[in-house]
Structures are given as structure tokens and as C-alpha cells.
Design a protein around this ligand. Structure first.
Ligand code: GLV
Length: 351
């Protein structure tokens, strides 16, 4: 057993040339197929591995951890990690990591692209044209909302929120308001051109509201019927965070009944299944969770996840210190607690 090479499972096809160097340190199991694993299949894949490189499709909770006695590291290829039960991972001494920073600007670009497509009705106009409905140029065809000079609201002001704020304030002359669990330092607010407000003010004053906050129990359906009712009926809502942040039925109702002008959604509560109530709407732009999907950024995310996994399993230049660990302190505390318990047991046995 002492000579066994550590084993690593890569859950989805990523970039082969970025993933293959893992083979220098580990026995690798990869797949060439995009796969939707059942919990049972997931447990089977994890049963005998020391580490796993996974995506947001794979949910790792207490049951998967219980089925994976050797598991020491999970590298999530993505910045959001609501697919991981971090407390359970920490308690089991499993180091988890994600891929922040490398995707910030690409995701902010997509947020802005979706905002512009939604406010200026780009996909709706294209559909109409392709359907052969454009009889003659007319003055009132496809009137949308201005981006420049309007008020941009940002809910969630981490790195991606700040990237969007910069684009709005510096690129489009927008008045940028934000709400976040904690307020940014004044110097950062000045640098990104954003002003802190409470949630009600944000909802009431935004001409365009972008959602960029992490998904957890306190952000679940934070945009519900009551929140939508506080927004301007002329406003645009864009969600590039996680689907569960928005009550999609309340949103569909507001869009269908003129209580909100338009929405752009890159994420969905039951993705990849989309509610028929959303699909039926004209004033909505829908994209398949492509926030970070540029060639360069997706490669950089996989590289960072590989570096995290190598380090978390004690190899390479950062051995023991993955560049973007999520739960290093909690794992160290859990391992110290376990070592303390073993030492105490040994001491007790000696008495
Ligand atoms: C994608 O949604 C990510 O969290 O990276």
C-alpha cells in the first residue's frame, strides 16, 4: 500500500494537454464524454481515489464523502462552489479549491454582453428578422433601453461585480450602485466607480440590475416577487451568478405582465432544464451558463485547478499550499483535532 501511486479522477472532458501532466504524479482516470453522473456513479468514481478534478455538475456532499475513504483533495473547476458541502469536506480533512481571479474579466464581459443584448433586444430582433417579419424599416421597431448614462445596480460586489462596475462607470458613463454583504473600502469604491446602497434602494433605483452574488441559503430566491415589485417596470434584470438566486416563476410572471421590461439569464435553477414559463417569453435572453467560456479563460481555469490538485496532494512547487484553497484553515483545524484525539488515545492507553 505504501508504494501505491495516488489516484486522481477527472470528471469531465477538459483540455487534455492541460490535464495530462497530472500523470507525472498520479494514476489518472479521465473521460472523453460529457457525463451526468447519478449519485451512485459519483460514489463509485470517488471510491478509490485520492483526489478529483470536478466541475459544477458534480455535487459532493456527506454521502459522496462517506463513500470515498481515501479522498484528500477536490479541485473544483469554477469559482462558485455551491456544489460542494464545504463543512463536510473540512470535517473529513479534504482540501477543496476553486478557480477565482482567472475568470473575473471574461465573466464580467459576459455580464455586460448579456445586459446589452437584453436591454437593446438583440436576440429578439434577430429572431424577428430571421422569421421574415421585417417588412420595412420603421421608426418604432425594437425600441429598447439605453445603457449609457443609466443607473446600473450590482448585487454582490466581489471580483466579478467590481469588473462589471468598472465597465459601467468607466466605459459607459453609468451611475453605479451596489449592495453587498460587506461594504468595499472607500478607495476600492472610488476605483471601480460604485456607490454602496441598501438592497431596497438598489432595487428601486436600478435601470439595470446585475446579479453577481454567491449562491447559498441566504441568497436563495433573494430576487422574489416582493423584490421584483420594488424594481422599476422599465428595468432590466441580468443573472450570471446561480439560478436559485431568482424565483423564476415570479420573474416569468413579472416579465409577462409588464412589471419588468426584460431579463437576461445565463444560469437557471434546474439547469440544463429551463422552465417553459421562461422559454415562452419574448422579452428574455437565455444563454447556457457560458460566463467564463472563452478559450483562454477556460484553459486558465483548468490549469489553476490542476495546480491546486497537485499542491493539495502534496506534490509540485506549492506542495501543501494550493494557490486557491477554500477550506485550508478548517482542514488544518480538523486534522489537528484528529491528531490530538489520536495522541490523547495513545496517552490514555499508556496510563
Ligand atoms: C461558473 O459558474 C463558475 O462558478 O465558475
Amino acid at each position: 500500500m505504501g508504494d501505491r501511486r495516488p489516484r486522481v479522477w477527472v470528471s469531465q472532458p477538459l483540455f487534455d494537454d492541460v490535464v495530462e501532466p497530472l500523470g507525472q504524479h498520479f494514476d489518472l482516470t479521465t473521460t472523453g464524454e460529457v457525463t451526468a453522473y447519478t449519485p451512485q456513479q459519483l460514489a463509485e468514481q470517488l471510491a478509490d481515489v485520492d483526489g478529483a478534478l470536478i466541475t459544477l455538475n458534480e455535487r459532493i456532499g456527506a454521502a459522496e464523502i462517506a463513500a470515498a475513504p481515501r479522498l484528500r483533495a477536490i479541485a473544483n473547476v469554477g469559482v462558485g462552489y455551491n456544489n460542494l458541502d464545504v463543512d463536510a469536506l473540512s470535517a473529513a480533512g479534504i482540501l477543496a479549491s476553486n478557480t477565482p481571479d482567472v475568470l473575473t474579466e471574461t465573466t464580467a464581459d459576459l455580464g455586460f454582453a448579456l445586459l446589452m443584448a437584453t436591454a437593446r433586444r438583440i436576440t429578439e430582433a434577430e429572431r424577428w428578422l430571421r422569421e421574415g417579419q421585417w417588412g420595412q424599416w420603421s421608426f418604432q421597431t425594437m425600441l429598447g433601453a439605453d445603457i449609457h448614462g443609466s443607473t446600473l445596480g450590482i448585487l454582490g460586489m466581489g471580483r466579478i461585480g467590481q469588473g462589471i462596475a468598472r465597465r459601467g462607470a468607466l466605459g459607459f458613463g453609468m451611475r453605479v450602485l451596489y449592495h453587498n454583504r460587506s461594504r468595499l473600502p472607500q478607495a476600492t469604491e472610488a476605483e471601480v466607480g460604485a456607490q454602496y446602497v441598501d438592497l431596497d434602494t438598489l432595487l428601486a433605483q436600478a435601470d439595470h440590475l446585475l446579479l453577481v452574488l454567491p449562491y447559498n441559503a441566504s441568497s436563495h430566491h433573494i430576487i422574489d416577487a416582493a423584490a421584483l415589485a420594488r424594481m422599476k417596470p422599465t428595468a432590466t434584470l441580468v443573472n450570471i451568478a446561480r439560478g436559485g438566486i431568482v424565483d423564476e416563476l415570479a420573474l416569468a410572471d413579472a416579465l409577462a405582465n409588464g412589471r419588468l421590461a426584460a431579463a437576461g439569464l445565463d444560469v437557471f435553477e434546474g439547469e440544463p432544464n429551463i422552465r417553459p414559463e421562461l422559454l415562452a417569453l419574448r422579452n428574455i435572453v437565455l444563454t447556457p451558463h457560458i460566463g467564463s467560456a472563452s478559450q483562454a479563460t477556460r484553459r486558465a481555469m483548468v490549469q489553476l485547478a490542476v495546480d491546486n490538485l497537485v499542491a493539495a496532494l502534496g506534490k509540485g512547487p506549492d506542495a501543501g499550499n494550493p494557490p486557491s484553497a477554500i477550506n485550508a484553515d478548517a482542514v488544518n483545524a480538523a486534522l489537528a483535532g484528529a491528531a490530538g484525539a489520536v495522541a490523547k488515545k495513545t496517552d490514555d492507553a499508556k496510563r
